[in-house]
Design a binder for this molecule. Structure first.
Ligand code: TYM
Length: 329
C-alpha cells in the first residue's frame, strides 16, 4: 500500500522558539520513515504581518538550516519554500471562494491578531485558507502541529468537505497530529499565554539559537509559584509547563518526573531542566552553523524540494480546475 502523506510548515518570522520545536519540528523527524513527508517554510504566511525583506530572506534560510540541523533529511522528505510553488496561492484563491467570512472571523488567532493591529489587513483573515490550500494540495493525511493550529486544521477539513460534496471526491481529509507533552508550551513569564517569538519579554521564550547560558538563565528565572511542592496541577501552571518541557525532551512520564523531584526545591529541578534542554538541543545548535554557512547546499535542497512539490501540487490543481469548469490550455 502507498505511504500516507504528512504535511507541515513553519513561518520564517524570526528565530524559532522551544514551542515551535517541541510542538512541531521535533516531531517532524520521526515521521520521515513511515510517511511521505513534506515540510515547508511558509514565507507567504509570514507576510500577513509586516516584514523587512532583508530579514525575511535571512529568516527563511535560518528556518531551512534549522530544519536540516534538527534532522530533516532531503533524501526522505520534500523540504521547500512556499513561494517557490505558486499552486499554493492558486488553490488558496479557489478555497477563498468557498470560505465563509463569518467562520474566518471566528478563528481565535484572527481575533487575537486583529485586536493588536490598528488596521486589519485581509491577509490576516484569509491566512487559514492559505494554510488549508497548503495541506489539501498534497492529499495530506496527517498534519503534525501544536495545539494552536487545531482550529485551522478543522477549517481545512470543512473546506475539503465542502469542495468534495460540491464537485465530487477530490481532497483527502487530513487529521491533526499533536505531541503528548509539547503541544502547548507556555510563556516562561506568564504561563497563561503561549510561548511566542512575538512576546516583548525575552525571558518568556527560549530560542533554538540562544546560547547555553541564556537557556539556563531563562529556565532559572521562569515563573513558578510559592507552594514549593512538586506537582503537575492546573493551579501550578508555571511548574506544569516546565514539567511538560522536561517530559518532551526526555520522554519520561509526568508521574516519574514528579516523584523524582518530590521533596526537593524547584531550584534543583530547574537546574536539571536547564541541562536537559541544553543537551537536547546541542546537536541541533552545533550543526546549525555549518549548514547555515553552506549556501550552495541550502540552495540545492530548496530547489530540488520545490521541483518535487510542484509536481505533486500540479496534479491536484489540474483536477480541481477541471472539476470546476476551467478550460485547460
Ligand atoms: P507557526 O509558524 O506559528 O508555528 C510553527 C509550529 O509551531 C507550533 N507552535 C507551538 N507548539 C507548542 N507550543 C507553542 N508555544 C507553540 N508555538 C508554535 C505551531 O503549532 C506550529 O505547528 N499556520 C502555521 C504554519 C502553517 C502550517 C501550514 C502548518 C502554514 N501552513 C500547513 C501546518 C500545515 C503557523 O503559523 O505556525
Amino acid at each position: 500500500m502507498d505511504k500516507k502523506t504528512v504535511y507541515s510548515g513553519i513561518q520564517p518570522s524570526g528565530s524559532l522558539t522551544l514551542g515551535n520545536y517541541l510542538g512541531a519540528l521535533k516531531n517532524f523527524i520521526g515521521l520521515q520513515d513511515e510517511y511521505n513527508c513534506l515540510y515547508c517554510i511558509v514565507d507567504m504566511h509570514a507576510i500577513t504581518v509586516a516584514q523587512d525583506p532583508k530579514l525575511l530572506r535571512k529568516n527563511t534560510l535560518d528556518v531551512l538550516a534549522l530544519y536540516l540541523a534538527a534532522g530533516l533529511d532531503p533524501e526522505k522528505s520534500i523540504i521547500y519554500i512556499q513561494s517557490h510553488v505558486p499552486q499554493h496561492a492558486e488553490l488558496g484563491w479557489i478555497l477563498n471562494t468557498i470560505s465563509s467570512i463569518g467562520q474566518l472571523q471566528r478563528m481565535t488567532q484572527f481575533k487575537d491578531k486583529s485586536k493588536k493591529s490598528k488596521e486589519v489587513m485581509a491577509g490576516i483573515l484569509n491566512y487559514p485558507v492559505l494554510m488549508a490550500a497548503d495541506i489539501l494540495l498534497y492529499q495530506t493525511s496527517y498534519v503534525p502541529v501544536g495545539e494552536d493550529q487545531k482550529q485551522h486544521v478543522e477549517l481545512t477539513r470543512d473546506l475539503a468537505q465542502r469542495f468534495n460534496s460540491k464537485y465530487s471526491d477530490t481532497f483527502t481529509m487530513p487529521d491533526i497530529l499533536t505531541p503528548k507533552s509539547g503541544a502547548r508550551i507556555m510563556s516562561l513569564q506568564n504561563p497563561e499565554a503561549k510561548m511566542s517569538k512575538s512576546d516583548s519579554d525575552e525571558n518568556s521564550y527560549i530560542l533554538l539559537l540562544d546560547d547555553e547560558d541564556a537557556t539556563r538563565r531563562k529556565i532559572k528565572r521562569a515563573v513558578t509559584d510559592s507552594l514549593n511542592s512538586m506537582a503537575y496541577k492546573d493551579d501550578q501552571p508555571g511548574l506544569k509547563n516546565l514539567i511538560n518541557i522536561y517530559s518532551s525532551f526526555t520522554g519520561e512520564s509526568v508521574e516519574n518526573i514528579v516523584s523524582k523531584y518530590e521533596g526537593q526545591g524547584y531550584g534543583v529541578f530547574k537546574a536539571d531542566l536547564g541541562d536537559v534542554i541544553v543537551e537536547g538541543l546541542r546537536p541541533l545548535r552545533e550543526s546549525f552553523k555549518e549548514i547555515r554557512s553552506d549556501k550552495s547546499y541550502l540552495e540545492k535542497v530548496y530547489k530540488e524540494g520545490a521541483d518535487k512539490a510542484s509536481y505533486l501540487a500540479n496534479k491536484t490543481l489540474r483536477k480541481v480546475y477541471k472539476k470546476m469548469g476551467f478550460i485547460p490550455r
